[in-house]
Ligand binder design. Structure first.
Ligand code: PLP
Length: 376
């Protein structure tokens, strides 16, 4: 499904101050640095990295990540995987179970054309995957999802061997390995707290790996981890493959975590922003902009103003945001442009049809967010 076509104020060559808003911008320089730093950090670790495309939902960015050493990509949903596969992205892991006959038929259709693997944590689901793959005459790679502490999907570590054996003995399936991802700890601000929890998650994953080995099976891959634990996961040595997503953009919440024991900030730079326009100046200490609940995600709080240290952003409706200048006058006029850091990149990206890639103050290119809205 395509959104509306790019308007004049979004085309390459448009100066940043003339971009039509609300708009989702990528800072080309910061983005390229993040991609390069990811390659250095993750590849030097000797682990494979399989970036998560749920962050950017763009086959073009996925391809850049593959060109920078990624082993393949992750997708959260089948719909995202269909977009990636249609764009020729050849190695996709779907990190959420794919359930039900209709969805399994769609999965088999893309698995017949490229390398697609999927996680599972349920015997009945494994049986349905097997029936679908066998009747299509293909082999589908399946990983057992293990609950390593988040309390979301996943079998308990001690049950991983049992499900792995079922996969390995099912027609049309191969047992690929284990996924253990703990999303609840990625954004823990305190470095030590995150380290303790990452260690505990690794131990649970290794316990699961032992249960698979006890069942007489070899493990091809132990995959998991996000941006927040990536450096820790590399040191802990459990995962053979890491799945960072947010490192390409780094939202305001991620920017605030302590990256090291010495409380250094993350090395990745903020590369994504929202551009808004002041549409009203109703009071001395207040400006109203055209970004509200429909153009900035709310799950991690309001976006953060970039260059106005003495003001704060408050949601003021579906299409309105209020900039409050608590300690004095507002320097902005109707028509002024304001830049904001999203509080959560993934959910904000999902609200937009395209990125405007800005270099040295001018729109350089426009990238479609082709998997936007593909939660199916
Ligand atoms: C299974 C899985 N792996 C990796 C990630 C990437 O995490 P992050 O964006 O924190 O790097 C996510 C994000 O939700 C995820 O669900």
């Amino acid at each position: 499904m395509m959104g509306r076509v790019a308007a004049a104020g979004e085309l390459p060559g448009t100066p940043k101050e003339e971009i039509d808003t609300p708009a989702l911008l990528i800072d080309a320089t910061a983005f390229e640095q993040n991609i390069g730093l990811g390659r250095e950090l993750f590849l030097a670790s000797g682990r494979a990295y399989r970036p998560h495309t749920k962050t950017h939902k763009s086959p073009l960015i996925a391809r850049l990540q593959l060109e920078n050493g990624a082993a393949g990509v992750c997708c959260a949903k089948l719909g995202e995987a269909e977009v990636m596969a249609a764009a020729g992205i050849g190695d996709v892991l779907i990190t959420t179970p794919v359930v039900g006959q209709r969805k399994i038929s769609r999965l088999i259709a893309i698995a017949g054309r490229g390398r697609v693997s999927v996680v599972a944590d349920d015997r009945g689901n494994v049986d349905q995957l097997s029936a679908g793959a066998a009747s299509a005459g293909i082999t589908l790679a399946v990983l057992v999802e293990v609950d390593v502490g988040q309390g979301r999907c996943g079998v308990p570590p001690g049950r991983a061997g049992e499900l792995a054996r079922r996969i390995a003995s099912s027609a049309g399936l191969t047992f690929e390995g284990l996924q253990g991802y703990n999303g609840a700890i990625q954004l823990l601000r305190d470095f030590h707290e995150r380290e303790v929890q990452a260690r505990a998650s690794t131990e649970r994953l290794l316990e699961a790996a032992e249960s698979v080995e006890d069942a007489g099976l070899a493990i091809g891959c132990l995959t998991g981890g996000g941006t927040g634990t990536s450096a820790l996961d590399i040191g802990l040595g459990g995962l053979t493959e890491i799945q960072p997503g947010s490192y390409v953009f780094m939202d305001a919440t991620y920017r605030s975590i302590e990256w090291t024991a010495a409380k250094a900030p993350p090395p990745f730079r903020p590369a994504l922003s929202l551009l808004a326009t002041v549409v009203s100046r109703p009071a001395r200490d207040r400006a109203i902009v055209d970004v509200g609940w429909k153009s900035a995600s709310v799950d991690s709080g309001p976006p953060v103003l970039r260059d106005l240290a003495d003001a704060r952003f408050e949601f003021a409706g579906d299409e309105h945001g209020a900039l409050r200048f608590d300690s004095g006058g507002c320097p902005l006029e109707v028509g002024s442009k304001v830049e904001l850091d999203p509080s959560h990149c993934d959910t904000t990206v999902n609200l937009y049809d395209r990125y405007l890639v800005v270099r040295e103050g001018t729109v350089e290119s426009v990238w479609e967010i082709s998997a936007r809205g593909r939660t199916d």
